[in-house]
Design a protein around this ligand. Structure first.
Ligand code: CTP
Ligand code: MG
Length: 335
């Protein structure tokens, strides 16, 4: 079932471009969804400001990074001064305010790893999670969104990879597989590595955007409108890129030593990051450096069982893209 490494890409790969593009098109959310999300955000902000006039709400995650599929829940961050109150008290107060409005299923999860308030808005039908002061997530959301504007192939690749990961059950951090955020970083890094490169490394360029969050300086070139021709020298199609992406993660990534890094646009060594030993629950079996929290390995959730599943799934995908008569269907078959 699994093919050997070092194989050339099938000659007829380009015939699958239309089918992959139509899968991509079917996943993009319609414009009116965005308007509804903004509308909900505005009404939530009004409610929040009645209690905390200085507080702000930001969208983050897939509803704002341009990698979100249709009908997903939205992630909201409440930015608030928490000098003399703790997060749990803020969340409980927030839940109380929201409850008294027309919102449904309001629930404060104060003991979760990331404490949140959940709610459902009956007007728009949108469910939403509100967390507190997760500003780095707001900033990395902007980074992903900015990368997406440089070359259309990033969004195409990431949507299809996310769709594959969800179909195959390898997008579940609580089962030891990778988050959507990790998959998007894998796609960005992969396109930075193509020859010629399809994406630049924005954090290595002259910074036009800079914020400091919890002592971490986040700086990068964000005038991406000027980079729309960046990837033009590279003519690889979405079909070829998918083949290459899975070939890379199935056969060519050096799991023993390599760390992928969007921040530097290169591969770093586990030794240089001191990610060679298991510390606590961090195992570093597949290493994906967070672009801003650089001590953070997004692969840390992967354990010795799930790494096997993950690599078998990369190999399965590589096999299908090489040999299957109908890869656009087989790739996404439920496991
Ligand atoms: N995030 C993060 N660090 C992580 C995981 C997530 O900072 N280890 C932040 C990122 O800003 C990310 C957001 O939380 O965009 C949501 O993460 P996730 O649910 O993995 O991604 P989504 O893009 O929301 O994907 P999905 O469509 O699957 O909901
Ligand atoms: Mg999400």
């Amino acid at each position: 079932r699994f093919r050997k490494r070092d194989l050339e890409c099938r000659r007829d790969i380009e015939q699958f471009i239309p089918a992959f593009l139509s899968i991509y098109d079917s996943l993009i959310p319609p414009e009116e969804e965005k308007a509804k999300q903004e509308q909900l955000l505005k009404s939530l902000e009004r409610l929040v400001n009645s209690e905390w006039p200085e507080a702000r709400l930001y969208l983050y995650g897939s509803c704002a990074n341009s990698f979100g599929v249709s009908k997903s829940d939205i992630d909201v961050c409440l930015a608030i001064d928490e000098q003399d109150v703790n997060k749990a008290d803020i969340l409980l107060k927030l839940a109380e305010i929201l409850e008294s409005d027309k919102l449904q299923n309001v629930q404060a999860l104060t003991r979760a790893r990331v404490p949140i308030v959940k709610l459902m808005d009956p007007v728009t039908g949108i469910s939403c999670d509100i967390c507190i002061n997760n500003i780095l997530a707001v900033v990395n959301t902007k980074l992903l969104k900015d990368y997406a504007q440089i070359d259309a192939r990033l969004r195409q690749l990431a949507f299809i990879v996310k769709h594959w990961a969800k179909s195959r059950g390898v997008n579940e951090t609580y089962h030891g597989t990778l988050s959507s955020y990790a998959y998007v970083l894998m796609c960005i890094h992969f396109l930075q590595q193509r020859k010629p490169a399809i994406l630049p490394c924005l954090q290595e360029m002259e910074a036009t955007y800079m914020v400091t969050v919890d002592d971490i300086t986040c700086a990068y070139f964000d005038e991406v409108g000027s980079l729309s021709e960046f990837g033009a020298q590279n003519k690889e199609s979405i079909a070829r890129l998918l083949w290459e992406f899975f070939d890379y993660w199935a056969f060519r990534h050096d799991y023993a030593n390599a760390v992928i890094s969007v921040r530097t646009g290169s591969i770093l060594s586990k030794r240089a990051k001191d990610w060679t030993r298991r510390i606590g629950n961090d195992r570093h079996l597949i290493c994906i450096e967070d672009p801003f929290e650089i001590s953070h390995d997004l692969g840390r959730v992967v354990d010795k069982y799930s790494i096997k599943i993950l690599r078998e799934e990369f190999e399965r995908a590589a096999y299908i893209l090489q040999y299957d008569p109908n890869p656009c269907v087989t790739l996404f078959e439920p496991y």
